[in-house]
Design a protein around this ligand. Structure first.
Ligand SMILES: CC(C)(COP(=O)(O)OP(=O)(O)OC[C@H]1O[C@@H](n2cnc3c(N)ncnc32)[C@H](O)[C@@H]1OP(=O)(O)O)[C@@H](O)C(=O)NCCC(=O)NCCS
Length: 160
């Protein structure tokens, strides 16, 4: 059974395991932060929703306001990280986490949820499209990864 809930500090170790297992140049343009580490050292716990498969934490989604306190941008929240451990994929948890983030955004009064996804990440792009996100633009050749330039795709879903 898959479930989602607000993250707690005791989820830190499980989140690092999933983050490490899914971190690659297919999924992230940033270098790996190194080990050992704390997940919550870089991401506030209140911005994280965890996903569980049969009671075990195997995924997360991060929802944050990338413009901080700017009053002009309070209606927009960004999905700023999404991962499901490879042992737990294909059960709908990825979609469940995206829907949980959208519901949380609505609860916080957002009007729009945005995200960025590397163009070569076909699986994630299919997932976001299935969850109602549409493309708003493409940053062409935005990242140089493994010797190749990769586009970054901007997607969004309106809520509320
Ligand atoms: C992308 C990612 C989050 C998907 O997670 P997931 O839990 O496998 O997502 P879902 O289960 O909702 O959907 C994945 C597939 O399983 C299928 N599926 C979902 N529930 C299913 C079920 N009960 N039975 C059979 N198939 C199912 C979906 O149709 C989907 O198929 P597709 O890939 O052919 O489109 C995961 O692969 C991941 O963490 N990738 C690495 C990190 C990453 O890319 N993050 C995004 C950065 S922008």
């Amino acid at each position: 059974m898959i479930t989602t809930r607000q993250a707690e500090l005791f989820d830190d170790d499980a989140l690092v395991v999933t983050d490490d297992a899914t971190w690659s140049t297919l999924t992230s343009p940033a270098p790996h932060p190194g080990s050992p580490r704390s997940f919550f050292a870089r991401t506030p716990v209140e911005d994280v929703i965890v996903g569980e498969l049969d009671g075990r934490v195997v995924g997360f989604v991060v929802l944050r306001n990338v413009f901080g306190d700017a009053p002009s941008h309070q209606h927009v929240l960004e999905i700023n990280g999404l991962a499901v451990h490879p042992d737990a994929t294909g059960h709908g948890l990825g979609a469940g986490l995206v829907e949980a983030a959208v519901a949380e955004a609505e609860a916080r009064g957002a009007r729009k949820v945005t995200l960025r996804v590397l163009a070569h990440n076909d699986r994630a792009r299919r997932l976001y499209a299935r969850c109602g996100f549409t493309e708003e633009g493409v940053l062409r050749e935005e990242f140089l990864l493994d010797g190749a330039y990769v586009d970054d795709v901007l997607m969004a879903r309106f809520v509320g």
